[in-house]
Design a protein around this ligand. Sequence first.
Ligand SMILES: Cc1cc2nc3c(=O)[nH]c(=O)nc-3n(C[C@H](O)[C@H](O)[C@H](O)COP(=O)(O)OP(=O)(O)OC[C@H]3O[C@@H](n4cnc5c(N)ncnc54)[C@H](O)[C@@H]3O)c2cc1C
Length: 404
Amino acid sequence: MKRHDVTIVGGGCVGLSTAKHLSEQTDLDVAILEKEHHLAEHQSGRNSGVLHPGFNYPPDSKKARFATEGTRRMKQYCADHDVPCEEFGVLVVAKTDREEAHLDVLASQAEANGVEYERLDSQAEIREREPHAVGQAAFFAPEAASVDSQQYIYALAREVQRNGVSLYTGHAVEKIRSTSSGYHLATSNSDIDTTYLVNAAGLHADTLAQQVGVGDGYQVVPFRGEYYEVTPERAELCQTMIYPTPDPELPFLGVHYTRRTDGKVIVGPNAVLAFGREAYRNTNVNLSELKDILAYDGFRKLLQSKTMLSVAWSELNKSYRKEKFTEAAQRLVPGVRADDLHKSYAGIRAQLVSDDGELVKDPLAIETDDAVHVLNAVSPGLTSSLPFGEYVAGKIIEMDEPSS
Ligand SMILES: Cc1cc2nc3c(=O)[nH]c(=O)nc-3n(C[C@H](O)[C@H](O)[C@H](O)COP(=O)(O)OP(=O)(O)OC[C@H]3O[C@@H](n4cnc5c(N)ncnc54)[C@H](O)[C@@H]3O)c2cc1C
């Protein structure tokens, strides 16, 4: 039986970043268990790939700090490790007076969080940046960038392996049991004993945590985000990245345009309840997981809110009816036509919901004496991954310090 000082379950950006910081800052023997045979199969490789400097988040919040610092550190990381990353900047467009008023909130958050920005007060100014975008005002954050998230994950994996971390792919953790000296992990491959545990299992983190009595009171609810690609002949419709003004009540940023580092322009994601934690197509159903979601009190309470019900209905429509998705895309760029959009990939967000029916909006990592369970690596989790992983590694380092 193999034994490691620290075992990290999940080889996404959070698990890999935690391993990177542990391997740089300690002599601990670190392993990562990843259930898939390839990396970046889930959230860390199926996202918009946008680095969001912290203008969307309240000052002094963990999210603001991680996003602002994460954007700068990740750009440097990409430059040092040949990961494609383009500093396009992001344009947030307001279409109504209410949205325009919210741009003031974004501006004051940007100032408080030390994020550069520019206000555009007319359609003419918007057109100078994005000739096809339409709105009455906009907010431009030049530090936002587009990154190849899959190449980032592989760069991290190569780096941690060079630092001596053992990366076991094809090892799905099935059962975790506490022992007198840590944990015993039964996997789909060999079993592993470990002194410290980091649970960074994304869509499955709550299930694993609950096996050792952590995180009762929460459940991951999977929300699928689907993308369309703008046909290459019409990719000039978006030069950089165009976002709607976010609704502060919702954790998701809304259907937006992203120019990727390979030149493709993608539009999305919507946010529709997935009928299974890995149900990437709207025809995929995992009956037992769906039953668990529908039976969850927190989910039922969430749906009691009229706003949530109407959002759920509108998002569902965008998933099953292309014309509804196109309408959302046309709100920002009226010139886009249904024929310009072709179905592309989808990602599934591991959105934590509490028993009282709240969508948990902040990152959440629960510590015990010998483990850290990352229950909510909420968006912008990719942007935040370097400081967030360092934070989780710091918790393990504190646990390992001899008590005085
Ligand atoms: C549609 C979408 C768009 C997004 N856009 C952005 C964006 O533009 N910018 C941004 O900053 N963030 C974005 N995010 C958020 C970001 O992608 C996530 O916050 C981040 O990737 C979470 O990383 P993670 O390591 O926690 O999870 P994951 O990447 O899901 O990694 C968890 C890993 O654990 C493994 N695993 C699970 N169960 C087990 C088990 N039992 N045993 C072993 N391994 C297991 C999984 O296979 C997986 O590889 C987006 C997310 C989605 C879904």
